[in-house]
Design a binder for this molecule. Structure first.
Ligand SMILES: *Cc1c(COP(=O)(O)O)cnc(C)c1O
Length: 362
């Protein structure tokens, strides 16, 4: 049997059927229905944030908050991320300016941000990659000093807290993804969290074509609404989220006990005051007897599918050919060539973890 890098967590079928039953009575399938409203309330509580707006996926959530905050010109961001982060900037007609990452937690290197700021810079979009938290205090200082907005891509950081504070309460806004492969899913789905309650109305309008009244359309919005079947999946999954994260923790701890203290294999360290959601199991091969690509292939022939996540860097995608210089971010280049995320999901058997580790060690 093959082992994929991830497998969605799903509430059991009867529970989901029970949850969606009344949709056949109300026929209210989308456009901010009861389940949508209930999930917003539940997530705002779970994530410990005052405001959240749901979307049909995380990418549209990010595109929409960029539009709502009215960013202009250049946006400082990281190339060590999923396509979505960079595309959301470019699709808003903005210019991404790539900042290197730090070699310890792979988040934006905050010491290199100020050197990239020009009179055209309007914002910083960092990523809490693998659930590792960016250096939020330093970024906050920089943003205040230069009057920039910060939008965090928190797609990997569902439920993470920093000294008890919800990860979604930093910066001007944070984007979460509830895609099937994430720690918490609504099949496809996403949301934006923010402190300023005035953003709520704008996001709600932006995700519904910019419509502000029966005869008025004041903005060029898109369609980003989360439907009731997605919201119902979210309501069910949210009931079990702590258990699922607990199961992931077991898997990750097993990986650590197998792979720690091996020369040339680097595992992520702890961050002080930061809780984990065990969303990813990144391993960096640095001076190991085999290269990342050789280990990747050795797993593949055994039907075990790890992922070169993130390789390539977004700044070297075909669609951005000749636009950016990857040599501007040498650490990101290095990490992307040597990192791999290992299979991780709530129900991954510990025996399988041992087997994966044995292949890596051999
Ligand atoms: C998953 C992901 C997204 C996009 O979210 P979708 O819900 O799939 O649209 C954006 N950024 C990062 C870092 C992600 O991992």
């Amino acid at each position: 049997m093959s082992i994929q890098v991830t497998r969605p967590s799903m509430a059991n079928m009867d529970e989901y059927m029970e949850e969606v039953k009344d949709l056949w009575v109300t026929s209210w399938l989308t456009n901010m229905g009861y389940k949508h409203e209930a999930l917003e309330a539940g997530l705002s509580k779970y994530l410990n944030v005052p405001n959240i707006t749901l979307f049909t996926n995380g990418h549209l959530a990010l595109e929409s908050i960029i539009a709502v905050l009215g960013l202009k010109g250049e946006v400082i961001t990281t190339p060590f991320t999923f396509a979505s982060t960079t595309h959301a900037i470019v699709r808003n007609g903005l210019e991404p300016v790539f900042c290197d990452i730090n070699p310890l937690d792979y988040t934006m290197d905050v010491d290199k941000v100020e050197g990239l700021i020009t009179e055209k810079t309007s914002a910083i979009i960092p990523v809490h990659v693998y659930g590792h938290v960016c250096h939020v205090d330093k970024l906050d200082q920089i943003a205040k000093k230069y009057n920039l907005k910060i939008i965090y891509d928190a797609a990997h950081a569902f439920g993470v807290t920093v000294n008890g504070q919800g990860i979604g309460s930093f910066g001007d806004a944070s984007m979460f993804s509830f895609h099937a492969t994430k720690v918490f899913n609504t099949i496809e789905g996403g949301g934006v969290t923010y402190l300023d309650p005035l953003i709520k109305k704008k996001l709600d309008v932006m995700k519904n074509f910019g419509i502000t009244g029966p005869e008025s359309v004041e903005f060029v919005g898109g369609n980003g609404k989360m439907n009731e079947f997605q919201a119902a999946m979210g309501i069910c999954n949210l009931r079990h989220i702590d258990g699922e994260i607990g199961k992931r923790k077991r898997v990750v701890e097993r990986y650590y006990s197998n792979l720690k203290d091996i020369e040339g294999i680097r595992l992520s360290g702890e961050q002080e005051g930061v809780t984990k959601n065990y969303g990813y199991m990144p391993v960096v091969f640095e001076g190991y007897k085999k290269s990342r690509d050789e280990v990747f292939e050795a797993l593949k022939v055994q039907n075990i599918f790890a992922r070169k996540y993130f390789y390539p860097l977004t700044s070297s995608f075909d669609c951005y050919r000749d636009k950016y210089n990857v040599e501007d971010t040498p650490i990101a280049v290095n990490i992307s060539k040597s990192v791999m995320t290992l299979p991780l999901y709530a129900d991954l058997a510990l025996d399988d973890v041992d087997r994966i580790c044995d292949i890596i060690k051999k």
